[in-house]
Design a protein around this ligand. Structure first.
Ligand SMILES: [Zn+2]
Length: 135
């Protein structure tokens, strides 16, 4: 057991490891693998694409060029942040019956107000931008 631990420590030493981009690539690979089981015509293409994604994940995971991998992940996070922000606002609006959530049009900060107050003017606490919304 100790030998295995040492082996794993030496294997993972100075390697980049897991990040959000890798997690997303794994999820897409899984989706393509499942789709390849359904559609027999597209199956080879989807399997190859899934294999390419898994290869990219492994190359990124075991890469020693940590700064480059970190930069790729930062670009990915910057590109997907608006999407995640909007999904979070939609989720909170569906799950919270007492408050309504908005994103400030200027700075994209999340703002919440009580529901059922009619049309209100909201002032963003960060940038002090005013915008109208229905609660
Ligand atoms: Zn703002």
């Amino acid at each position: 057991m100790l030998k295995l631990t040492h082996f794993l420590q030496r294997l993972l030493m100075n390697r980049y490891g897991q990040d959000a981009l890798n997690t997303t690539l794994i999820l897409f690979s899984l989706v393509f693998s499942l789709l390849s089981l359904i559609d027999s015509f597209l199956s080879p293409f989807l399997s190859i694409f899934s294999f390419i994604l898994v290869s990219m994940v492994l190359l990124r995971f075991f890469s020693k060029n940590i700064f480059k991998r970190r930069g790729e992940n930062q670009v990915f996070l910057a590109l997907t942040a608006p999407l995640y922000r909007n999904i979070k606002v939609m989720y909170l609006n569906m799950s919270d019956p007492r408050r309504k959530y908005f994103l400030c049009p200027m700075c994209k900060r999340m703002v919440r107000i009580p529901r059922k107050k009619g049309r209100v003017e909201i002032t963003c606490p960060t940038c002090h931008h005013h915008f109208n919304a229905r609660s």
